[in-house]
Every structure is written in structure tokens, then in C-alpha cells.
Design a protein. Structure first.
Length: 441
């Protein structure tokens, strides 16, 4: 574990206002910053396990401990929008509020971001649709002349970051302090999520935005877009997507006019259009079969899914911790991000791990870590949280009963795993009054 993360985990017993001044100064100098400008007063803004409604002077957060964090916000009754970020020590992340879209804009703070933004401004001057093929070589050549040596962009980016860093103390009273009093809870919910986990799972859009109300498109639009993509080169497609020109290329099969009197549509059994999450906006969870726990016959038969778990871990280059990372990622997206599909993925992963017998020996460390992961997830929820959402189909009592039975019956399972399993079962029985000996009761 990163020493700076470990240090932060040890000092999370109180808020910043209650800390010794020397410790608070140390956190200010070594912690990360999130600069978030132009946020409307009253907007809900949160990080990890705490949220506020911002005041008129709000400009971001300071003293953020290194490691993974989940930032989220919402306006009035709008759904939350959030994103994961793995903060480095002393890192400065800059975002700006977009009043038109009521969303967060990414401010360039690196050479790559600055030069790319400049390129977009330059690119907008060109008549793309009529002269794209002829203009491309000239445009690239002119851009190279305009930009000059690569180090020019680097100097601009460094100057931007240096200017922000030099001004931090001047805007200190406009920056809220990270809520260290809740960091221990957050750390327990996210300690397996690494930077590579975020890169693997986050949506592919520019900001990796996670929201419970994702942008949807009809299935015919998705199919149509695929056809357009096959007609374009990679470079042209990339540029056209930036200008959102795909739908204006005259290739639409959903257009109805004199030359196209009919159009095709995909509909479900009720005649309603089939909707899909727009490409690039979907969380990239590991594909898994849905748990069939409502089918008592399937549960009673019970088959060992260890082979399926083997294949999944193989896709993670043998890193079984990535399974735990995805469980935590999905749980945070549901609990803080209010994304219901993440809850479904969480259930699928829990069901998979509880349906394995051979894996108890093969991945004993994974199961030793799984029990605390679930323990802290349930501990941070209100007592009636899973009663309302899960217990109506008896999901957790069913799958956890099987896990506890598998561990107890296994002759090769580690003795410490059996002991930890028994303690966890007793905790759940006391807290939720769940009967694991007779889960149907």
C-alpha cells in the first residue's frame, strides 16, 4: 500500500478543524486539490461518503488524501453525476461548471490536454463535410506550423499548473477541506480499487461520467451509427464525432421523406422502442450471467462456478484483487452514484463468488478478503436498506447461506477462513436478523 495512503488512513479519526495545526498544514502541503469553479450556489457536491450544498464562495476541495475517490454533484432534483479519480500526492485537478449543460467541464492542466484543446479550436475553422478529404493533409500541415515545437505546449501546461499552485493559499478560504472524519468508512469501501481498476471500468467518454440517468439512443440509431462507422476512416470518424456530424451525413435509414418513404424500427414485445445506453457512457463491467436465485430449483441443484471465476481472473492477468475492486466499484456507483445497474452487477458478482466450491482452496486469499469487503459494505448501510431492496427475493440470505455452507463443508478450506465465516454469519444474524440455517424463513 502507498505509504501516503496508509498515513491518511491512520489520521481519519477527526475532522480537519479538530486536528493539530501542524498536521493540518502537512496535509495541505502534501494532499491533492480539486479546483471546481463557477458552481451554482445550492448545488449538491460530494466526495466519497459526504456531500454538501455549496455556498457562493465554493471553489473546490483541498487536502485530499492520495488514492481513489468518487466525486459527485447534482443540481436541484437532477440525478447525480460522478466520476472516479485516483489522486496523486500534491496533484491538482481542475474542473469548471458548464451552466448550459449543467455539467462539469474538464479544464486542461497537462501539455496533452492544452495542445488538444488548441487543436479543436483550430479544427473548427475548416469546412469539414464538403472538403474533408482534400483539407486533411493541409490542415495537419498548418496545425504543425501553428503549434511549433512540442515543448511550447508543455511550457503552457506547466505554466497553468504553476499559476494555480502558486495561488492556492490565496484561495484557501474558498476551498473546503476533505472530510477526514468519514475517510475510514470510505477507505473500507474502496481499498481494493486501484488506478488500473478505474481505467478498466469507467465509461469511455472524456470524463468517465457515471450517472443513474445515462444518455439513451434507440437501437436503430445504434445500428445506423455502426453502418456509418464502417464507411469512414478512423481519423475522419474521430473528428466527425467531435463535431457530432455523424447524423448529418445523409446516410440515415431512419429519415422519412419522398425518397425514403419507410424506415425500420426495433421494438420490444409491447411495441415500445428498444433503448440502449449511448456508446461511451456505459460502465464497462465484466460480462456475467444474471443470478437465477429466484428459481429455487436452480439454487437447490447448485453447480460449482469455479471454472467461470478462473476465466474471469485470467482476464485480469491473474490478479484476483480486481474481482474485489469491481465489487467495491459497483457498490459505490450504486450507493453514492445512484446507478441501479451497478447494484445488479454487484449482485451478479456476489452470486458468482458464493457459487464456487473449488475456488475456496484455489483463491483462499480472495475469500479471506471477500468477507470483510461485504461486511463493511453492509455495515455502512441503514439496517432497513437491504430489507427493502434485497430481502423481497431473499437474495443475500440465499447466496450467503450457500457460501457459509460451502466453507463449512470444505475439507480443504483454511481454518482461519472457517472462523472468519462463522463470525460474519453471526454478525449478519444479529444486525439484520437473517436466518442462514433456513434462508426461506
Amino acid at each position: 500500500m502507498d505509504p501516503s495512503i496508509s498515513l491518511a488512513a491512520q489520521i481519519c479519526c477527526s475532522s480537519v478543524s479538530d486536528m493539530p495545526q501542524e498536521l493540518a498544514r502537512h496535509l495541505f502541503e502534501t494532499g491533492a486539490f480539486l479546483i471546481f469553479t463557477d458552481v451554482p450556489e445550492g448545488t449538491e457536491f460530494g466526495i466519497d461518503y459526504k456531500s454538501w450544498h455549496v455556498g457562493p464562495k465554493f471553489s473546490g476541495l483541498k487536502m485530499i488524501p492520495p488514492g481513489v475517490h468518487f466525486i459527485f454533484f447534482s443540481v436541484k432534483t437532477a440525478p447525480r453525476i460522478g466520476f472516479f479519480h485516483y489522486f496523486k500526492e500534491k496533484e491538482i485537478v481542475v474542473r469548471k461548471w458548464d451552466h448550459l449543460k449543467e455539467d462539469m467541464l474538464t479544464e486542461p492542466t497537462t501539455a496533452e490536454e492544452v495542445s488538444f484543446s488548441d487543436f479543436l479550436i483550430f479544427f473548427l475553422r475548416w469546412p469539414i463535410l464538403e472538403q474533408l478529404g482534400a483539407a486533411m493533409p493541409v490542415m495537419v500541415e498548418d496545425w504543425g506550423k501553428l503549434r511549433g515545437p512540442a515543448e511550447n505546449g508543455l511550457r503552457g501546461a506547466d505554466a497553468s499548473v504553476t499559476r494555480i499552485r502558486a495561488n492556492l493559499k490565496n484561495i484557501d478560504n474558498r476551498l473546503g477541506a476533505y472530510p477526514y472524519e468519514t475517510y475510514r468508512s470510505w477507505f473500507a469501501l474502496s481499498n481494493y480499487i486501484k488506478e488500473k481498476s478505474i481505467m478498466r471500468l469507467k465509461p469511455e467518454d472524456e470524463r468517465g461520467s457515471i450517472t443513474g440517468q445515462a444518455e439513451l439512443v434507440t437501437l436503430e440509431s445504434e445500428v445506423e451509427a455502426r453502418g456509418v462507422r464502417r464507411r469512414l476512416t478512423f481519423t475522419c470518424l474521430f473528428l466527425l464525432k467531435l463535431l457530432r456530424c455523424e447524423q448529418n451525413l445523409g446516410m440515415s435509414t431512419s429519415r422519412v421523406d419522398r425518397e425514403h418513404p419507410t424506415r425500420f424500427r426495433f421494438a420490444d414485445e409491447n411495441g415500445l422502442p428498444i433503448m440502449r445506453i449511448k456508446q461511451g457512457f456505459k460502465i464497462r463491467f465484466t460480462p456475467l450471467e444474471s443470478p437465477l436465485v429466484s428459481d429455487s430449483h436452480v439454487v437447490e441443484i447448485g453447480f460449482d462456478r469455479s471454472a467461470q471465476l478462473d476465466k474471469i481472473i485470467a482476464t485480469f492477468d491473474g490478479d484476483s484483487d480486481e474481482v474485489l475492486a469491481e465489487i467495491q466499484f459497483a457498490f459505490v456507483c450504486f450507493l453514492m452514484g445512484q446507478v441501479y445497474e451497478s447494484f445488479e452487477q454487484w449482485k451478479r458478482l456476489i452470486h458468482l463468488l458464493c457459487s464456487c466450491s473449488k475456488a475456496l482452496t484455489t483463491y483462499s486469499n480472495l475469500y479471506m478478503a471477500l468477507l470483510p469487503v461485504i461486511h463493511f459494505q453492509l455495515k455502512e448501510c441503514p439496517k432497513d436498506f437491504f430489507v427493502d431492496i434485497v430481502s423481497r427475493d431473499n437474495f443475500l440470505t440465499t447466496v450467503l447461506s450457500r457460501l457459509f455452507a460451502n466453507i463449512e463443508d470444505s475439507e480443504s478450506a483454511d481454518a482461519s477462513l472457517k472462523e472468519k465465516s462463522e463470525k460474519f454469519k453471526n454478525f449478519l444474524t444479529k444486525r439484520f436478523r437473517w436466518n442462514f440455517d433456513n434462508p426461506e424463513e
